[in-house]
Design a protein around this ligand. Structure first.
Ligand code: 5GP
Ligand code: MN
Length: 342
């Protein structure tokens, strides 16, 4: 694994030592890696004698609430004044699992105006230049794995404990689909081996995240696969779409559609999938792929988004029907690329 440059680590160490008001923040709609990373870094800073303020831009699914320290996360959407004040007062801002302030969906103005020293720890491509201290590397499975590496590089591996290990493990597990993708780097397993050594209960972590769904969610999943999946064999693609009315019918709760987008990839010869979810003012889209088809490029070129090569997302601002029509019409343009992806 690429070492983090010495001068960057020195600067980070120094800034952490000097900081009286550190703030840790992640992206909108945080996933397991986002929450696992901020909590792991939170516990680390507490062990360094700090009192960090943790921010999530919006609420996140209940299956992430079990992680130690979760009760100390402040959700911006429900505490706007508290969070903007904390950003204004912070002297060190640590941004985890995103590389562009726009991913906070509403806090970019406050973050840009803040005089704090800004740190980025992230594994997405194409970082923006907001950070004074940028640790950005797409080779890592997850930001949580990077947090381990950063703590190790800061010479503080001995401060890692079971709480930190559980949060980091959750980040790695969720961002790799339980070691299914993004996990071909041997370093990931070195870290996991050490985490397991802290006595974490990895089976329980799996149950907490993946076996914690409501009956409504399972019924929505069945409905989507039976009635709402469209397969395009000639393009090796399959999609699912969900309307606002359908969300209501199945008492949709945040996180209920988590993982749906991956499922059609289990169909033989399917290597490109998308899910379209109708929201109040836009359509939120997630893309997944196998092999060389770059869904971040696809999202960027066509749907105002981005992300990783095999997992990306974006938005559409026309109706769901028009969005689906646009998607279907785009497929022929990518036929050759899709054919050669595997
Ligand atoms: P998900 O489909 O799980 O929401 O997102 C998968 C990945 O795509 C995320 O890790 C994130 O990197 C990226 N992503 C999702 N939505 C967006 C978006 O609207 N813009 C950008 N730039 N990336 C996104
Ligand atoms: Mn991540």
């Amino acid at each position: 694994m690429k070492e983090i440059q010495n001068n960057i680590i020195k600067e980070l160490k120094n800034r952490i030592e000097l900081s009286e008001k550190p703030l840790i923040i992640t992206h909108y709609n945080p996933d397991g890696d986002a929450i696992g990373s901020i909590l792991a870094f939170y516990h680390y800073l507490v062990k360094k004698g700090k009192n960090p303020f943790m921010v999530s831009p919006n609420d996140y699914p209940e299956f992430l609430h079990w992680m130690p320290g979760n009760e100390n996360v402040t959700v911006y959407k429900r505490n706007t004044g508290t969070v903007t004040n904390a950003i204004r007062d912070a002297d060190l801002i640590i941004a985890l699992d995103f590389n562009n302030f726009e991913r906070t969906e509403g806090l970019e103005k406050y973050l840009n105006e803040s005089k704090a020293v800004k740190v980025m720890i992230d594994h997405h491509p194409d970082p923006s230049d907001f950070a004074d201290i940028a640790i950005s590397d797409i080779q890592y499975s997850s930001t949580a794995e990077m947090v381990y590496h950063v703590i190790e590089s800061l010479g503080d591996e001995d401060l890692i404990d079971k709480n930190i290990a559980e949060c980091i493990y959750c980040g790695i597990m969720t961002d790799t689909g339980s070691f299914n993708y993004n996990s071909s780097n041997p370093y990931t397993y070195l870290v996991v081996s050490k985490l397991v050594g802290f006595g974490i209960d990895k089976d329980r972590i799996y149950w907490n995240v993946y076996d914690n769904f409501s009956a409504d969610r399972m019924r929505l999943l069945g409905y989507c696969l039976h009635k709402k999946m469209e397969v395009f064999p000639e393009y090796h693609a399959a999609i699912i779409s969900i309307t606002k009315d359908e969300l209501k019918e199945f008492n949709f709760a945040p996180g209920d559609s988590e993982g749906f987008v991956n499922l059609p990839l289990s169909i033989k010869n399917i290597r490109f999938t998308a899910i379209f979810i109708e929201r109040d003012k836009q359509i939120k889209i997630s893309f997944r792929s196998k092999g060389n088809f770059s869904v971040n490029k696809f999202a960027e070129e066509n749907f105002n988004g981005g992300g990783h090569k095999n997992a990306s997302g974006g938005y559409s601002y026309v109706s769901l029907d028009e969005t689906l029509k646009k998607f279907r019409e785009l497929l022929p343009k990518y036929q050759t690329e899709l054919q050669n992806a595997l």
